[in-house]
Design a protein around this ligand. Structure first.
Ligand code: HEM
Ligand SMILES: [Cu+2]
Length: 585
């Protein structure tokens, strides 16, 4: 195959000779993946702490006083933006994308290693600029993660001075970083697969990450231009989004801009963003389920087409986030229809996951528990999405806690469960060590049950009329007393889940030293990353010869095969003769 020359390209040009070149200014995709992941998890922890502070305020409004109303706005904004962009997007693409694409495609590295390295450092800069906003006068922006103008830049909003500008600049920098990484991921998948790795033999993890990257490359520019235009509105007094408006009796001097235009641009990015996070999760979960159920993925081709269909459709549904903006009913009808159509490929994927488990030889390992947990939370979050996709149902529920419950379920915890499952699954390959199984199980059950304890009651709160983005409810008459009890209970559950993250971190860090040495393929998996000659894989991944692929990624429990898995690099006729086919390419 024509691509192999690129897959096998000499990586010695950037052989890491010194400590700095090996661990800091590294151009090795595996090191960059770990750098990306560590920074993403670190900011993710910041966002987690913010959510715990918000929950303490909401659950016990009269007991704790360390969050004032302005800070509450700032915390939801930073929490939401960090979780969606700086944690999940960065971790799935910069972290897992970087680690898995070359290894799963049988390549030595990404196609543009230098740009890949720059991508990480620019991402780090974006994170620093974002966190800097905690330390400037006025603090971080409190505009909500949607950053809607005009309020985002008007003086009444917390962080309307430097806070919002730092947020916009940081987003711009993030998008530059994402683009440098993203071009790598797409080009590597298209141009640097090893011999025999046809597109339709690629593991679904690669498909999910690949499609998510394409979505990002097409969707982020909308956010990029809006960030620039709003920065100009906020600093130079232009009026792209700022209408002629009087703010607190003063005239801020804007004229004729369109706040609605921002909403369209934001959600033209924002809805695909949901799938930028979801598609890698879909792909990875498919591989986890298949591997740990010792069964081929049900309907592989259908799964690939569903990923492509969801990716395409995700660009024509954005205005379902704007039903309350006063749109033309025909417009609403159009967007409700496209939104509901997305449910079809999505449901197909769910059926196929369940059918993959059907009659499988299910090993309830920790990664498998998280994968199955994901199916539950994703179905629940998806179902309430069907409610909110309909204009007439959305109107009364919009901006209520029902929405908070829905989106946390579908794009908050569901991808997070996959992240945990994926970390447990690939940790032995990445570090060469096993983690502690018992701690992993405790972590899973606390997280999974805690998730339901936090988010199911939120739907009920929303139906009762509890509004989103409120610092305190007070003794509002239309809300029954039970609302306050439920809020306290949710907070306790949230603190338990937050504590379980400590167990996870402890397990991952201590196992680096204390964990048992991991075998090269502990799960008996078929995909190439488990067939590397070294664990963890060395620079260049494959030793002297690239692997050659002879089959798809899902030959589990094939009748007549010597083992219940046949790696992708085992020749078809040699299946009976070679046994495991470990290592050899
Ligand atoms: C235990 C974990 C989490 C807890 C306890 C939590 C809690 C909260 C709370 C209290 C709010 C403010 C709700 C309001 O007053 O309207 C919020 C908002 C939000 N959260 Fe989370 N959250 C968690 C995880 C996540 C994750 C993983 C994501 C990733 C997508 C996420 C994304 C968001 C977004 C986008 C908002 C909306 C911010 C806004 O309204 O501007 N959260 N969360
Ligand atoms: Cu959407």
């Amino acid at each position: 195959m024509a691509y192999v020359a690129i897959a096998d390209r000499d990586v010695h040009g950037h052989d890491p000779e010194t400590f700095f070149l090996k661990y800091i200014w590294s151009q090795d995709h595996k090191v960059i993946a770990i750098q990306y992941s560590c920074v993403a998890i670190f900011v993710g922890l910041v966002a987690l702490v913010l959510s715990a502070l918000m929950r303490l305020q909401l659950g016990f409004p009269d007991t704790f006083h360390f969050v004032d109303p302005s800070q509450y706005y700032q915390f939801i904004t930073m929490h939401g933006m960090i979780m969606v962009i700086y944690l999940l997007t960065a971790l799935f693409l910069g972290g897992f994308g970087n680690y898995l694409i070359p290894l799963m495609c049988g390549s030595r590295d990404m196609v543009f290693p230098y740009m890949n390295m720059l991508s990480f450092w620019v991402y780090l800069l974006a994170v620093i600029v974002l966190l800097a906003s905690f330390f400037v006068p006025g603090g971080p922006t409190g505009a909500g993660w949607t950053l809607y103008p005009p309020q985002a830049v008007l003086p009444g909003t917390p962080g309307a001075g430097s806070g919002i500008i730092l947020m916009l600049v940081s987003l711009g920098i993030f998008i530059v970083a994402f683009t440098m990484g993203g071009l790598n991921y797409v080009t590597t998948v298209l141009q640097a697969r090893c011999q025999g790795m046809t597109l339709m033999r690629m593991p679904l993890s690669v498909w999910g990450i690949f499609m998510a990257t394409i979505l990002g490359l097409l969707a982020f520019p909308a956010l990029f231009v809006s960030a620039i235009m709003m920065t100009l509105d906020g600093t130079l007094g232009t009026s792209f989004f700022m209408p002629a408006i009087s703010s607190m009796g003063a005239d801020p001097g804007h004229d004729g801009g369109s706040p609605l235009l921002f909403q369209h641009l934001f959600w033209f990015f924002g809805h695909p963003e949901v799938y930028i996070v979801a598609l890698p999760a879909f792909g990875i979960v498919s591989d986890l389920l298949s591997t740990h159920a010792r069964k081929n993925i049900f309907g592989y081709r259908m799964m690939v087409w569903a990923i492509l269909a969801i990716g395409g459709l995700s660009f024509v549904v954005w205005a379902h986030h704007m039903y309350v903006s006063g749109m033309n009913p025909y417009f609403g009808f159009f967007f409700a229809t496209t939104t509901l159509i997305i449910a079809i490929p999505t449901a197909i994927k769910v059926y196929n996951w369940v059918l993959t488990l059907w009659k499988g030889d299910i090993h309830l390992t920790v990664p498998m528990l998280f994968a199955i947990g994901f199916i539950f939370t994703f179905v629940h979050g998806g179902l309430t999405g069907l409610f909110l996709g309909n204009v007439t149902v959305d109107l009364p529920l919009s901006d209520s806690y029902f929405v908070v419950g829905h989106f946390h379920m579908v794009m908050g915890v569901s991808p997070i469960l996959v992240v945990f499952g994926a970390i447990y699954h690939w940790y032995p390959k990445i570090t060469g060590r096993m983690w502690n199984d018992r701690l992993g199980r405790i972590h899973f059950w606390l997280t999974f049950l805690g998730t339901y304890a936090i988010y199911l009651p939120m739907h009920y709160l929303g139906i009762l009329g509890v509004p989103r983005r409120y610092y305190a409810l007070g003794d509002t008459e239309f809300l029954p007393e039970s609302v306050h009890t439920i809020n306290a209970a949710i907070t306790i559950a949230a603190l338990v889940v937050a504590a379980s993250v400590v167990i996870f971190l402890y397990n991952m860090i201590v196992s680096l030293w204390k964990g048992e040495k991991a075998p090269s393929n502990p799960w008996g998996a078929t995909t190439l990353e488990w067939q590397t000659p070294d664990t963890p894989p060395k620079h260049g991944n494959w030793g002297p010869r690239l692997p050659v692929v002879h089959r798809w990624a899902y030959d589990y429990s094939v009748p007549g095969a010597p083992e219940d898995f046949t790696p992708q690099n085992v020749p078809v006729d040699a299946r009976h003769a070679t046994g495991t086919g470990h290592g050899e390419g």
